[in-house]
Write a protein that binds this ligand. Structure first.
Ligand SMILES: Nc1nc2c(c(=O)[nH]1)N[C@H]1C(S)=C(S)[C@@H](COP(=O)(O)OP(=O)(O)OC[C@H]3O[C@@H](n4cnc5c(=O)[nH]c(N)nc54)[C@H](O)[C@@H]3O)O[C@H]1N2
Ligand SMILES: Nc1nc2c(c(=O)[nH]1)N[C@H]1C(S)=C(S)[C@@H](COP(=O)(O)OP(=O)(O)OC[C@H]3O[C@@H](n4cnc5c(=O)[nH]c(N)nc54)[C@H](O)[C@@H]3O)O[C@H]1N2
Ligand code: SF4
Ligand SMILES: [Mo]
Length: 844
């Protein structure tokens, strides 16, 4: 057995992992107790990484159309098409759309090829959808894209403001670190978010700002701190924000409580993520936050500073090497001197002249035929871009689409002329930089499957075929050394970024590299910083679309689900894409809890299952971003947002779009359990989720139920329960094991999914029980699973609560829930609070 230290595949926390390889494609995952990002902790996604390393659905060979090809043929084709396009239409007719899920080495190679050799800066990254506003705010305030704090500042803070961040779900290990600070020093936690998220429920104060009310709120806070004498005269922005004016729709009482907390706690960190960045005012939000810190002097000392939390594992690394179309590599811009320095360093024959197209403009250029060759790496824009219907049209029109991915059939791959198989997490080798600027190694655990190759190597091989010199790296270490050496240019231009120390690192030292931080703990100390006055803007209401549409993430799914969607454990948290809607808005639209509803915007429409909840404010709805055509016929959140972007950063305003909702009727509802993943035809709606050994489909349809179309071949047994208005069908394989089961109702309730799902593939399936839809001696109903690590349900948690377990820790002691990764602890805390409230309610 091999023990290998590596870094988690998912979020920007950048947790260290100790992986124990237990077989050809199996691995046990544990947190690395020595890694300074997580000190051994892992969340649910990191903990269950082992469930996503199978080769199911992998792209293992280069494909030209639907034909398997050799590497030589595929690479020649990509190089020829690219060269031909440049010759016929100029360098700007070529574009790369890359990703914060590439390693720094991959990113460096792609950026060098485009900006120095193709001669166009038309390389943008999905970080445009994610971090671009924070980058722009940093550049405006600090003259460089630098995060001025580290995780240690969270440990040392007395007050943490979380702005547009569902930390407990999206950066769970940071959340646990924040909770530890609360435990250790009584740190106060404030969540500024229009939704009452699980993070907000755990906070000392939830500030339900109106969508995009943040600039007004932070300006009001700044003015209030001015009134309280906490802002030095020299530090006040001009024009001065007005005290007592509009403050983001927050009540006077809540604003006063917030202002008191801010005034009382100089050691304050403001964490911000997508609720801040993904806005048409995202850059201004970032600067409004930074302004408060600068004006009150809360920066460059322990426990204080603005903290933009990165999303993807290597969002930060991509920013270092110039993955964004508006930056050169090594934090450099496009001045003549900077361009000349980069050109000299690369010996670049064709240095790009200026910034390239940002993601939304890039796909518009593809749509209009100005970009004719597009190479997409490690991102799924057919799902994740705003106005995804338009993006699909653009991909369909593009002369040449090349997709490098690890999965064969992503929604984007359907448009590819050439698909290139990349190494996945667990196979690739290189570095990533996390939210606090810490560089860590990802290391290979397994051999490369099939023909797959490292992304940087694929880029280098295409570059060499195009006749470019400077791409003959022997390994990832060589790419890293070149990048590290290049940061001497950043130093020359007075930037903080400096990796020159490791520019001469040997292959062996690269292999053994320990996590390290660039820039130190407070890199802006002693440097010039600027307050950038920003003003609140409001969006005009559209009576045809009276609701505000907010979008975001679920705790246990990662983006477009190409990997987490494979995990039966992770699927338990949320099996379906939900429309979360306030009771008043649901009632007004005639939408019922648990029924289907359509969300409609000016750009598109999609169907979700409604979840009526007062965690949503009236007038606002929320849908997840994760579901794709591969996972459901609806739930496609990104058909809805329009193409509007922040004027400075070009980042789309994913969190505040206009929409309306309406109920969706169907004659019948059903669920189907089966081994194979085959999308059911001709239904009103379907959605699937992983279970052990197969898939659980939720279905809704009109007219007759076409069981032949839904069920696989095999021995079929059927029962009709007239009393309950339910039809039940089971299909057995030749081995007698359950191959599929279908339960249909026109009016009644469907049986519990869990037991039936568990029967899939079991030999000698108990037919009478299956047709009765429950075991002859039923186990006690455990309710929906809350703790996915230990498979503990809500009813079991309530049972121990009833017996006296009053805290999350006591629940853990009594039944084990929440004692492994801890991602479910906020959910348990909420259950306990709701239970307590129910207990103390006065008798009527
Ligand atoms: N489980 C999971 N974790 C992830 C990811 C994942 O896919 N799944 N992805 C990773 C990536 S790439 C990213 S970028 C991060 C994102 O991490 P987060 O930013 O925490 O995630 P989101 O759910 O996109 O949005 C956060 C919150 O912003 C709120 N919000 C919406 N509008 C506003 C507003 O106008 N003002 C304020 N103040 N808040 C608003 C939303 O209600 C939402 O709760 O997560 C990373 N971690
Ligand atoms: N409505 C709405 N839309 C959003 C957001 C939102 O909050 N709301 N958030 C936005 C944000 S912050 C982000 S970061 C994006 C994320 O959106 P995407 O980047 O589109 O999402 P992923 O599913 O992570 O796509 C990664 C792709 O790369 C593949 N892949 C994984 N590892 C590798 C590798 O090593 N090499 C290669 N070549 N491929 C690999 C995966 O199989 C997958 O197809 O979505 C954005 N879209
Ligand atoms: S918080 Fe979770 S998803 Fe993020 S890096 Fe750590 S283990 Fe991975
Ligand atoms: Mo992101």
């Amino acid at each position: 057995m091999k023990q290998i230290r590596t870094t988690c595949a998912y979020c920007g926390v950048g947790c260290g992992i100790r992986a124990e390889v237990t077989g050809e494609r199996s691995v046990t995952i544990k947190g690395d107790a020595e890694h300074p990002a997580n000190f051994g902790r892992l969340c649910s996604k990191g903990t269950h990484l082992g469930e996503t390393v199978s080769l199911d659905g992998r792209l293992l060979h280069p494909m030209i159309g639907e034909r398997q090809a050799g590497w030589d043929e595929a690479l020649d084709m990509v190089a020829d098409k690219m060269r031909d396009c440049i010759e016929r239409h100029g360098p700007d007719s070529v574009a790369l759309y890359v990703s914060g899920q590439l390693l720094t080495e991959d990113y460096y190679a792609a950026n060098k090829l485009m900006k120095g050799f193709v001669g166009s800066a038309n390389i943008d990254t999905n970080s445009r959808l994610c971090m671009a506003s924070a980058v722009a705010a940093h550049n405006r305030a600090f003259a460089e894209d630098v995060v001025p704090v580290t995780y240690e500042d969270l440990d040392d803070a007395d007050l943490i403001l979380l702005v547009g961040s569902n930390t407990a779900w999206c950066h769970p290990v940071i959340w646990q670190r924040i909770e530890a600070a609360r435990e250790a020093r009584g740190t106060k936690i404030v969540v500024i978010d229009p939704r009452r998220t699980e993070t907000a429920e755990q906070a000392d104060l939830h500030v339900p700002v109106v969508p995009d009310g943040d600039v007004a709120l932070f300006n009001a806070l700044l003015a209030e701190m001015g009134c309280r004498g906490l802002v030095g005269e020299h530090a006040l922005p001009r024009p001065l924000p007005q005290a007592g004016g509009e403050n983001g729709g927050v009540s006077v009482e809540t604003f006063a409580t917030l202002a008191d907390l801010v005034a009382a706690h100089p050691r304050m960190v403001t964490v911000f993520s997508m609720g801040a960045n993904q806005s048409v005012a995202g850059t201004d939000k970032g600067n409004a936050i930074i302004n408060l810190h600068l004006a009150t002097g809360r920066i460059n000392a322990p426990g204080m500073g603005p903290f933009s939390m990165t999303g993807q594992p290597n969002a930060m690394g991509g920013r270092e090497v110039g993955g964004l179309a508006n930056m050169l590599a090594s934090h450099l811009g496009f001045s003549d001197q900077e361009r000349a320095d980069v050109a000299a360093f690369w010996q670049a024959p064709r240095m790009c002249a200026g910034p390239g197209l940002k993601a939304v403009d890039l796909f518009r250029a593809v749509h209009e035929g100005r970009v004719k060759f597009l190479w997409v790496m490690a991102t799924n824009p057919a799902v994740s871009m705003p106005d995804a219907g338009f993006v699909r049209e653009a991909l369909a029109r593009c002369e040449t689409v090349v997709v490098s991915d690890v999965i064969a059939d992503t929604d984007t791959a359907k448009f590819a002329h050439v698909r290139l198989p990349a190494l996945a997490w667990g196979e690739k080798d290189g570095t990533v930089t996390n939210s606090e600027r810490r560089v860590s190694r990802q290391r290979a655990l397994f051999d490369a499957p099939g023909d797959s190759r490292a992304d940087w190597a694929i880029v280098a091989q295409v570059a060499q075929r195009m006749g470019f010199a400077g791409f003959d790296w022997a390994n990832a270490a060589a790419v890293f050394r070149e990048y590290a050496a290049m940061t001497s240019l950043a130093v020359k231009h007075d930037k903080v970024l400096d990796l020159t120390d490791v520019a001469g690192i040997s292959d062996a030292d690269y292999d053994a590299m320990q996590p390290f931080l660039w820039g130190g703990r407070h890199p802006m100390a002693g440097r010039a910083m600027k307050i950038v006055p920003v003003e609140a803007r409001t969006r005009l209401a559209d009576p045809a679309f009276p609701l505000r549409l907010n979008t975001g993430r679920y705790r246990d799914q990662w983006h477009t689900m190409t990997r987490t969607g494979l995990s039966p454990t992770l699927a338990q948290h949320r099996r379906e894409p939900l429309l979360e809607v306030h009771p008043d808005d649901a009632a007004a639209a005639g939408v019922l809890d648990g029924a289907l509803a359509r969300v409609i915007s000016a750009s598109g429409a999609s169907i979700f299952r409604a979840s009526v909840t007062d965690a949503q404010a009236a007038g606002q709805v929320f849908v997840p971003m994760h579901w794709t055509d591969a996972m459901a016929s609806g739930g496609r959140g990104n058909l809805l947002p329009d193409q509007s972007v922040d004027p400075v950063s070009g980042q789309p305003g994913f969190k505040n779009n206009a929409c309306r909702i309406e109920p969706v009727a169907s004659d019948w509802r059903a669920f189907l359990v089966q081994r194979d993943n085959v999308a059911p035809p001709g239904l009103v709606w379907w959605s699937r989720s992983a279970i052990a050994g197969g898939w659980l489909y939720e279905l809704a349809g009109d007219g007759a139920v076409d069981a032949d179309a839904l069920l696989p071949a095999g021995q079929r047994i059927e029962a009709v329960d007239m009393a309950r208005g339910m039809r039940r069908l089971a299909v057995l394989g030749d081995d007698g094991a359950l191959k599929a089961a279908l339960y249909v109702t026109r009016r009644g309730q469907l049986p519990a999914r869990e037991w039936i799902s568990g029967q899939l593939g079991t030999a000698g399936a108990a037919l009478p029980e299956l047709l009765a839809a429950r075991p002859s001696t039923p186990a006690p109903d455990r309710g929906p699973v809350v703790c996915v690590c230990h498979g503990i349900g809500a009813m079991e948690i309530m049972a121990v609560a009833e017996k006296g377990a009053g805290t999350v820790a006591e629940v853990g002691k009594a039944c084990g829930a929440g004692t492994n990764c801890g991602s479910c602890r906020p959910a348990i805390a909420r259950m306990l609070r709701e239970w307590n409230e129910a207990c103390v309610e006065p008798a009527q």
